[in-house]
Design a protein around this ligand. Structure first.
Ligand code: DHB
Ligand code: FE
Length: 287
């Protein structure tokens, strides 16, 4: 059976792509952000995942307001990236894992999740930037990818509880997959941010830190919030936290925190990073 090695959750602000392209990682503005990632990369080097199952949001590159699936799962051999208008370089097509995709899709539908299945799918900054942060070097990433989008763009949004259950179901599917693959589960987006409207620029550090703490040891607590509670507490786009919740839910039981980072602001966003090792695997703990 496949093994879930752990989870990485990270923000995905488009400006990160510009900073990488221009080699700005050591600039005073960017350093506290980029400094979070090397310990996570070192951990990934030890964990050696073969596949990344990524919970994220499509911000209009693939789905737009006219057709917005609540949850969609990619089932393609590869996923193309494209210009979203942020002025960041596009990356090479991302390798898929159709066998795992279809296994997850079958399992989710059997579990009564009415998902959208995508045999063609473009992936936006919310998938490509977290990948580039984990594996720098321009797109030759050592993992295959199963993209799972969640609607955090157009209301009505799924609830945090539903997002948690989605993650649980995906986790069960991965653990039942007859393969010796090592699987990393990623959740991207957040933390608190609001890009427009009267509260543009809104950030809630105490709430973010509470969530990062809860995700380690008491994640179910976060399912008590409604989607609109998250809008209020974390800003309109802070609802992306639900992708972190889904990733956490894919792991049963206890996890060990490998590393975390929190830096305010990157662009309009409170940038968070959390790496969790699944305690079910027998591997040395990170320092
Ligand atoms: C920003 C943050 C996001 O999560 C996103 O998808 C786009 C932009 C920002 O802060 O600029
Ligand atoms: Fe976003």
């Amino acid at each position: 059976m496949a093994t879930i090695v752990g989870s990485v959750m990270t923000s995905h602000v488009p400006a990160i792509g510009g900073a990488i392209a221009k080699g700005r990682q050591a600039d005073p503005y960017w350093k506290p952000f980029f400094d979070g990632y090397p310990p996570v990369r070192a951990w990934l080097d030890r964990m050696k995942p073969d596949v990344a199952v990524v919970f994220y949001q499509d911000h209009g590159l693939n789905f737009f307001l006219d057709k917005m699936p609540t949850f969609a799962v990619g089932a393609a051999v590869e996923y193309r990236n494209d210009d979203e208008g942020w002025g960041i370089p596009t990356v090479k097509p991302v390798r898929g894992d159709p066998a795992l995709s279809w296994h997850i899709i079958e399992s989710l539908v059997a579990d009564e999740f009415d998902i959208t299945t995508c045999q063609q799918m473009k992936v936006d900054h919310a998938l490509t930037l977290p990948m580039a942060l984990m594996w720098p070097g321009g797109g030759d990433w050592p993992v295959r990818v199963v993209p799972i989008t969640m609607n955090h763009v157009q209301h009505p949004l799924p609830s945090p509880r539903r997002s948690w259950r989605l993650g649980e179901s995906v986790g069960r599917a991965i653990r039942a997959w007859q393969s010796d693959a090592r699987v990393l589960v990623m959740g991207t987006g957040g933390l608190s941010h609001q890009l427009d409207g009267q509260r543009a620029g809104f950030i809630n550090k105490p709430f973010d830190l509470m969530c990062m703490d809860a995700l380690v040891n008491d994640p179910v607590k976060l399912t008590g919030y409604s989607a609109l509670d998250l809008v209020r507490e974390a800003g309109a786009q802070g609802t992306e936290l639900m992708a972190w919740m889904a990733a956490r839910a894919a792991m049963t039981g206890r996890v060990t925190k490998v590393h975390s980072n929190y830096h305010v602001p990157i662009s309009n966003t409170a940038a968070g990073l959390l790496a969790l090792q699944n305690d079910e695997i027998a591997l040395p703990k990170a320092a």
